[in-house]
Design a protein around this ligand. Structure first.
Ligand SMILES: *Cc1c(COP(=O)(O)O)cnc(C)c1O
Length: 380
């Protein structure tokens, strides 16, 4: 027998209480019993997002939310700016192209964070840019971009919105949607929200709704205005992910029992223990600056194939992590600690990584990373 551990940056483990809630008999989404569940979840989302805006729920993976955040706000020929510092940043460019949006890119070296001055300069040069697209946490590199600073920049432009992919940020670290002026914030169910894949969530500010009123791109399934109309009545335009919504009700009960501050503190502590553990075991972090607290991207030691580390973690120790994408394939591997994670997930991940490295012939002192992590985790 091999006990399985899920340490990939999505999907992430689902707490047993949530699994049990989702196993309850199916209810009908147009029946009265759905109404209070949907209402509670809508309220929970506002709490998590720290917003007064409505947060739309969509039956889609996170990318569906990203697509809607292009199609609902921009028209063909409109200008946009996107931060491309990894696989997910790149996706903004592809989405804009799909909808005829003229998108210019701020290219950021993988492993680094965007300099907000670059965004400020680009907007100064061309104030007709209608939307700025960015990730709060770039999952392919394990780097977080300073969306608070970007909010400050974009706030100054009456007709420009800031769209934040916070799919591996919301629920991990502080994201103050309203206070920071984040117009559209997207997340997904299968990352820090501790649910199976299948839902995208999108908050929309008044500034963004005003832009949506003028947008001419076609939007049928991901029609945010139609969703807003129905969701404020505790209904959805199409059949919702009933079981996931029931699960989300349970997720918010767990999150609220811990509290936002404590949740961010726990996630931050786990991330710190992982990073320091990785370094103490003689490895280097891939993030050159602002590492994301959601996951840790680790450079494979010289002469060791990152894909072999990732594969051996799974095959030998039942631990599913993630490899690197595109040109980082074989160079890095990624360990997640977001969502339903505690001290012993970090310790297990470090222990298994040390064992795999040693098994691959790398000289690593067993327990070196684990010991460092234990010290940090005890210091709380
Ligand atoms: C997971 C993820 C997405 C969404 O991917 P899906 O596979 O469509 O759920 C988008 N952005 C980031 C930063 C992610 O980590």
């Amino acid at each position: 027998m091999l006990k399985r551990y899920l340490l990939a940056p999505g999907p992430t483990p689902v707490p047993p209480e949530v699994l049990l809630a989702m196993a309850r008999p199916m209810i009908h989404h147009r029946a009265p019993e759905f109404d209070p569940i949907f209402a509670e979840v809508r309220e929970g989302l506002k709490w998590l997002y720290q917003t007064r805006n409505d947060v739309l729920m969509l039956a889609a993976s996170g990318t569906g939310g990203m697509e809607g955040a292009v199609s609902n706000f921009l028209s063909p020929g409109d200008k946009a700016l996107y931060v491309n510092g990894g696989k997910f940043g790149e996706r903004w460019g592809k989405l804009c192209k799909t909808f005829g949006v003229q998108a210019s890119e701020i290219k950021v070296e993988w492993g680094q964070a965007v300099d907000p001055h670059q965004v400020a300069d680009a907007l100064k040069k061309d104030p007709s840019i209608k939307a700025v697209y960015v990730q709060a946490s770039e999952t392919s590199t394990g780097v977080s971009h300073d969306v608070k600073a970007l909010g400050e920049v974009v706030k100054g432009y009456e007709n420009t919105i800031l769209v934040v992919d916070a799919i591996t940020a919301l629920g991990v670290f502080d994201i103050k949607t309203d206070a920071w002026g984040l117009d559209v914030v997207i997340t997904g169910s299968q990352k820090a929200l501790m649910l199976p894949p299948g839902m995208a969530f999108v908050s929309v500010s008044d500034k963004a709704w005003a832009l949506a009123d003028k947008a001419k791109n076609a939007a049928f399934y991901f029609n945010f205005k139609k969703e807003r109309e129905t969701q404020t009545k505790n209904q959805t335009a199409w059949t919702p992910t009933v079981s996931l919504i029931v699960g989300l009700q349970e997720v918010f009960r767990i999150m609220k029992a811990e509290g936002l501050e404590n949740m961010f503190a726990r996630q931050g502590r786990l991330a710190l223990a992982m990073r320091e553990g990785v370094k103490a075991a003689g490895m280097a972090l891939f993030a050159k600056e602002s590492p994301s607290d959601a996951l840790t991207a680790v450079c494979a030691p010289d002469g060791i194939d990152g894909q072999a580390i990732y594969k051996n973690l799974r095959v030998q120790y039942g631990m599913t992590a993630a490899g690197g994408q595109d040109h980082l394939k074989g160079k890095i591997f990624r360990l997640s600690h977001m969502g339903y994670a505690d001290s012993f997930d970090v310790i297990a991940a470090l222990a298994a990584t040390e064992m795999v490295l040693k098994g691959l012939g790398h000289s690593v002192k067993l327990g070196s990373g684990v010991g460092k992590a234990q010290e940090i985790l005890m210091a709380k």
